[in-house]
Design a protein around this ligand. Sequence first.
Ligand code: NAD
Ligand code: ZN
Length: 244
Amino acid sequence: MSAQELKQMIEKAGRIVAFTGAGISAESGIPTYRGADGVWNKYDPNKYANVNYFLQEPSYYWNFFREVRYQVLKQAKPNEGHKALARLEERGLLKAVITQNVDGLHQEAGSKNVLELHGNTRKIICLDCGKSYGIDEVREQVETELPPPCRSCGGMLKPDVVLFGEALPAETLEQATEESRSCDLFISVGSSLVVQPAASMPVIAKRAGAALVIVNQDATPLDKQADLVIRESASAVLSEAVQE
Ligand code: NAD
Ligand code: ZN
């Protein structure tokens, strides 16, 4: 029923922006921070995702990368939710996907205009010379060297993501703000809407006059401001709402 309401809103809209969080990738096998279980829980996001901890103790991150993150990334495939957003862009309705995710699954599903607020964990950069590496070559390296030095200058490698304690990329944030301000339908999918400043995007859209739809399994602090709240699976809702 609710997915049908979203479908009607999509068909009436002129400029749609989607805003996604960890929940859209949960059905691709990537755990969210909340409710994560199994081996993922052995590693504490307050450590592997914190910039001060990373700079102090980089091996903690690289161990997590070696034991957990690499395999999770290699196995994850875009699900029907990612694919539905890619089709909506192809139809000319969706102008941008603003994502907090760092998994690259929107691009793999075919989305073109993806604004990654928190970077991408599939890319690894040298903090000293700026050279970038793919995850496969660094995965080989961490078999024998922890933390892995840059092969070119010996400097420190870091995943190209925004860790807790770091600023968001200014240009991407600006583009995301502009897209949010100029859309007429803003769909938030799989985000708890508590991580700032990312979570201010729906507020910006709403203030500028857009309709706000929140698709998320749990309640969010912005539900009261939304025009439509759907507490169901992201992939089920999006694939139904985007059907022609
Ligand atoms: P979050 O973990 O705070 O919230 C995820 C939300 O998704 C939850 O409220 C949950 O109810 C909902 N959810 C879970 N499965 C769902 C499903 N199948 N359908 C619909 N909703 C579902 O995530 P967030 O808001 O993105 O913020 C967390 C931070 O963690 C972000 O900064 C992000 O960069 C990072 N992160 C990214 C990934 C990723 O790249 N896939 C994974 C974990 C964390
Ligand atoms: Zn280097």
